[in-house]
Unconditional design. Structure first.
Length: 174
């Protein structure tokens, strides 16, 4: 099979920039999309490490949701590490726990990123991250997804668009 240089992990890196203080929407997947990240021990550890990266000013975590086979993050990059090194650190700090849970559960090489423009509003991305488990039918519309996080500053205004901290029913209709 001939390798297509316009696809795959190398294509993900083409044009990627790592700019301190820029805000990024990130997606990290498990290899072959194996499920298991939402095991309570794993999801807690992933979110804890995401918060640790905020504590040491590597980034500022704005929002996150842990899904069975991937992780969505909305972050503002600090100036300590590049974006790639920051993601490598997150994966390294959580990899042993993933493997201990099941040998098939490892992080996929690379990650998906979107650097937000200065004028790009956060609301649409926060809504996407928030609704991801509901739209995937992982939980009912009347329950709260336990592996969602939103920073307090954003939650103050974002929660006003929700119905008792739950998604609006019309958001979940296709």
């Amino acid at each position: 099979m001939t390798r297509n240089p316009h696809r795959g992990h190398d294509a993900l890196r083409r044009g990627r920039s790592s700019q301190p203080t820029a805000t990024y929407f990130l997606t990290l997947c498990t290899e072959e999309r194996h499920i298991g990240l939402t095991h309570p021990t794993l999801a807690s550890a992933i979110l804890a490490e995401s918060h640790a990266l905020t504590t040491d000013t590597t980034w500022s975590l704005i929002s996150a949701t842990v899904m069975p086979d991937h992780l969505h993050l909305l972050i503002t990059l600090g100036d300590r590490l590049s974006l790639e090194k920051t993601i490598s650190r997150l994966k390294a700090k959580t990899s042993a726990l993933l493997k201990a849970h099941t040998s098939a559960l490892i992080w996929q090489r690379g990650f998906f990123d979107h650097k937000l423009r200065a004028d790009e509003p956060l609301a649409a991305l926060l809504l996407y991250i928030y609704l991801n488990p509901y739209r995937a039918q992982l939980c009912e519309a009347d329950t709260t997804w336990p592996w969602f996080y939103c920073r307090a500053d954003e939650w103050r205004w974002f929660k006003d668009s929700l119905h008792s901290d739950l998604p609006q029913p019309e958001w979940l209709s296709d």
